[in-house]
Design a protein around this ligand. Structure first.
Ligand SMILES: Cc1cc2nc3c(=O)[nH]c(=O)nc-3n(C[C@H](O)[C@H](O)[C@H](O)COP(=O)(O)O)c2cc1C
Length: 319
């Protein structure tokens, strides 16, 4: 059990926010397979405050899609504070501040991972968000650094987070300069864990139960945040839980189970996004599910040429 201010988590395994991936359909499938806590896709604080249409699509959720956190990105302390207030008023269970996004569109104006090298602004953002939020926990998710591979930038930002009254920290053990390449450096997570007293989640390259166990052992951190390991693999949560409870990893599902689950994800995507957008999104999603299966490349070519939900459904059924 993990207590983050008003939020009680039964497990210490949580799902990361992933833009373009962790939408409502993804979360519903994941919850049906044992995921406890998830995030929306990252939200622009500027768009939230202006009520942009695209942002509102990201906010789509249903009653049983909880506990659910929202993550905001931006560089202006007042706007981040106002966005956080809006998020709390909407009834989310946690608000996270993004200090990790490597995309130039976000870092150019000073947001995401660029905050790692702007401690004065970052401190003001932490303080502004904490001041504007009355009840729910405020957390930060950061990379280990912008350029500096030592982890010192993450340690410095972690101290500011703790001083400002944040409830937890997640560290992704890669620099901004690394993007998603190379392997995640878990020692940087350990350095942050040794620096602060608030809970620390380790993140990066956890693809199975053994990885989660090793990450907890090597870093001493309080929890694990799963990222890409859950794409097309909602079975990961139970498998990790089994290993952490001293059991063996659950076996990989057979093709029929994968097809059934992919179909469920597909139907939810069409239901929540409409046929046109749902089909487009499913081109990527279905590749996750069938990756590594014989015939996966041919399947990918076929789904990329498909625009109708009915045709896509048949392709999955006949895989
Ligand atoms: C497609 C994609 C989108 C992502 N979007 C976000 C995001 O919106 N916010 C965030 O904090 N991290 C985002 N990330 C980073 C992941 O949450 C995670 O930190 C990273 O993938 C490392 O963990 P992993 O090795 O377990 O995947 C994204 C990653 C990917 C691959």
């Amino acid at each position: 059990m993990l207590q983050l201010k008003t939020l009680t988590l039964k497990t210490n395994i949580i799902q990361s926010p992933m833009a373009g991936c962790t939408d409502l359909a993804f979360r519903l499938v994941a919850r049906e397979h044992g995921m406890e806590f998830a995030f929306l896709e990252m939200l622009s604080s500027e768009a939230l405050v202006r009520e942009a249409r695209r942002t509102n699509g990201i906010l789509k959720r249903v009653e049983n899609d909880r506990p659910l956190g929202a993550q905001i990105v931006g560089a202006r302390p007042e706007v981040m504070g106002e966005a956080a207030r809006i998020i709390e008023d909407m009834g989310f269970d946690l608000i996270d501040i993004n200090c990790g996004c490597p995309v130039p569109k976000i870092t150019g104006p000073g947001g995401g991972s660029a905050l790692l090298i702007e401690p004065d602004t970052t401190k003001k953002i932490f303080e502004s968000v904490v001041k504007n939020v009355k009840r729910i926990p405020v957390t930060v998710k950061m990379r280990k650094g912008y350029f500096d591979p030592s982890g010192a930038e993450a340690v410095r930002i972690a101290k500011l987070a703790e001083d400002a009254g944040l409830s937890a920290i997640t560290v992704h053990g890669r620099t901004r300069a690394q993007g998603y390449s190379g392997t995640a450096d878990w020692q940087s997570i350990r350095r942050v864990k040794e620096t602060v007293k608030i809970p620390v989640f380790g993140n990066g390259d956890v693809m199975c139960g053994d990885d989660a166990k090793r990450l907890l052992e090597e870093t001493g951190c309080d929890g694990v945040m799963i990222g890409r390991g859950a794409l097309g693999n909602p079975w990961i949560y139970k498998s990790i839980e089994s290993v952490l409870n001293g059991g063996v990893p659950t076996t990989k599902p057979d093709l029929e189970t994968i097809k059934k689950t992919a179909l469920r994800h597909f139907e939810l995507e069409i239901e929540t996004e409409g046929e046109k957008m749902g089909v487009l999104k499913c081109r990527k999603i279905l590749c996750w599910y069938f990756a590594g299966q014989p015939g996966a490349a041919e399947f990918r070519n076929k789904i990329n040429a498909t625009t109708l939900a009915e045709d896509l459904r048949r392709l999955i059924e006949n895989f």
